[in-house]
Every structure is written in structure tokens, then in C-alpha cells.
Design a protein around this ligand. Structure first.
Ligand code: CP
Ligand code: NVA
Length: 301
């Protein structure tokens, strides 16, 4: 069955998983499909949404989840990732991990006999963008022909958005300061998908251009977990990229605003936008659980 480390891992099944999420949210699947199954959840970084939505999601599907802080695991004291993977595989049916380094998640998956789900790394946040796509479907009706814009850091969330947008027939623009562009390997793959699915990807530092004809505006924190030492410089570099009412007025009139959360009001987004009528952030957060229940069903059933 494999693992979900990147949106690329579900290239051919993204729509299937999203349809499954819609069915699960509507209560249109069997009761307790994951009865007797256990998910291990390893966290090397803080979390509110990912931790609670996976835990409650497993419970609602009839299974259970075990929270494992990396500080408490022997892995945190230097036990090899390979041994951790092999041992956990003897106990549980799946492993969700939020890790500092994407390469550690790749190593975990390499040695694991059960599916590994990426709950955020420095490179990608696939669970987040599946929830985002579910939210877009609910608020905009469909994906095909729509255009999304991410304003901010070319980092984990925007990387996964760049990969998923073309797979669903959407154009995407990314407005970021110079020096904060997405990594080359992600961009290369995203551009290949865009060519294959006949969509457009634009990377620019011109926010006005990026926001033209946009149906959904995304942003994320300027200082991601692990980037704290760069905080002062990032606050200077990202200041012109704050999503405020003036910027939102460039997008289409009925454009929605999304943010993975947690947010810093007054930095990447003003309170009047994130708490205003175009914002769908709480639906988006709720959809983490529905999208992840579909992921769990897909990988663990
Ligand atoms: N969006 C997101 O992943 O939230 P948490 O960091 O709270 O899990
Ligand atoms: N880019 C943010 C996302 C948090 C959910 C971070 O990595 O901290």
C-alpha cells in the first residue's frame, strides 16, 4: 500500500481520497471500519490540529491512536529510526509522524512494514492540503478551472499546494519574497504536473500579479517551526506580503481566505481578513479530521 510522505505518493488517487473524505463526512461509509487498528503518532514538533484530528479520527473510525512525543521515545535518545520503524511495525497498523527533517520520515517509511503518514515536515504537509481541497470543494463547488494563490513562504504548506493544485485541474500562483521560493525539486515536479494536466503555475514576488483572477487566497506564518532564529529577518522580508483587505480586493470578489493555522494576526494576515466574511479557516481546520479519516481508511483498512 505504501506511505503518504508527499502529495506525489497519491498522484493518481487524490480525487479518490477526496471523494472518500466527502462520503465519510456525510456518514456514508460502514460503521467502525478500523475496528481493532492502532495508529502510532510521533511528534517532534508542537501540534494542536494534527494531533487532535488524527486521534479523534481514529476513534471515530473504531480504532485508537497512541501519542508518542519524540522526547519520550528512545528515538529521542538516539535509537536508530530503522529500529523504531521495525519495532513499531510489530505493534501498530500505521505510523503518523510530524518530523523536523523530511529525510527522517523517508527513512522511517523505508524500514516500516506499515504505512507511514507525513503529519508535516520541513518539505511538505500533505494532510493539510487534502483538507484545504475539501474546503475548496465545499465553498467553491469544484476544483477544475479555479485558481488558487499562496502568499508567503515557499515552504511545507505551499510545496504541497503546488503539487496538488494541478492534479485537480487548478492554476496556482505563489507570491513570495526573493530568497523564499519553493525548493527546486518540488517546483520541477509541480511544473511537470501542470504540463500534464494543462494548468498554470506562476512564482512571482509581484503580489498584484499573483492575485489576479484568484478564487482562494492562502497564507501561512512567516516564521515556521524551526525557523525561529531567522525571525527578525523574516519579519522584515515578509512585511510587504501581509494579506490585508487591499490585497484581498485584487482577488475575485467571492474569493475565500484559507490559513492552515496557527496564525499570527497582524503579521501574515490582518484580523479583519482572517476573522472576516471571506475566511473559511474553521471549516478548513475541521476538514483536517474528515480528510485524514479518508487517508486512514485508504491506508489502514
Ligand atoms: N495546521 C496544522 O498542522 O496545525 P497544528 O500545527 O496545530 O497541527
Ligand atoms: N509552515 C508552518 C505550518 C504549521 C502547521 C510550520 O511549519 O510551522
Amino acid at each position: 500500500m505504501g506511505s503518504l510522505l508527499s502529495i506525489s505518493d497519491i498522484k493518481d488517487d487524490v480525487k479518490y481520497i477526496l471523494d472518500l473524505a466527502i462520503k465519510i463526512k456525510a456518514g456514508d461509509v460502514e460503521e467502525r471500519p478500523l475496528e481493532g487498528k492502532t495508529l502510532a503518532m510521533i511528534f517532534q514538533k508542537s501540534s494542536t490540529r494534527t494531533r487532535v484530528s488524527f486521534d479523534v479520527g481514529m476513534y471515530q473510525l473504531g480504532g485508537r491512536a497512541i501519542f508518542l512525543s519524540s522526547n519520550d521515545l528512545q528515538m529521542g535518545r538516539g535509537e536508530p529510526i530503522s529500529d523504531t520503524a521495525k519495532v513499531l511495525s510489530r505493534f501498530v497498523d500505521g505510523i503518523m509522524i510530524r518530523a523536523i527533517k523530511h529525510s527522517d520520515v523517508e527513512e522511517l517509511a523505508k524500514y516500516s512494514d506499515v504505512p507511514v503518514i507525513n503529519g508535516l515536515t520541513d518539505l511538505e504537509h500533505p494532510c493539510q492540503v487534502l483538507a484545504d481541497m475539501l474546503t475548496i470543494k465545499e465553498h467553491l463547488g469544484d476544483w477544475e478551472g479555479r485558481k488558487i494563490c499562496f502568499v508567503g513562504d515557499g515552504n511545507n504548506v505551499s510545496n504541497s499546494l503546488l503539487l496538488i493544485a494541478p492534479l485537480l485541474g487548478m492554476d496556482m500562483s505563489l507570491a513570495c519574497p526573493k530568497g523564499y521560493e519553493p525548493c527546486e525539486s518540488i517546483l520541477k515536479t509541480a511544473l511537470e504536473y501542470a504540463e500534464e494536466f494543462n494548468t498554470e503555475i506562476t512564482i512571482t514576488d509581484d503580489i498584484g500579479v499573483a492575485l489576479e483572477n484568484v478564487d482562494a487566497v492562502f497564507t501561512d506564518v512567516w516564521v515556521s517551526m524551526g525557523d525561529e532564529v531567522e525571525k527578525a529577518q523574516r519579519e522584515i522580508d515578509f512585511a510587504p506580503f501581509q494579506v490585508n483587505k487591499d490585497l484581498m480586493s485584487i482577488a475575485n470578489d467571492d474569493a475565500i481566505f484559507l490559513h492552515c493555522l496557527p496564525a499570527v494576526r497582524g503579521q501574515e494576515v490582518t484580523a479583519d481578513v482572517i476573522d472576516g466574511p471571506q475566511s473559511v479557516i474553521y471549516d478548513e481546520a475541521e476538514n483536517r479530521m474528515h480528510a485524514q479519516k479518508a487517508i486512514l481508511y485508504y491506508y489502514l483498512k
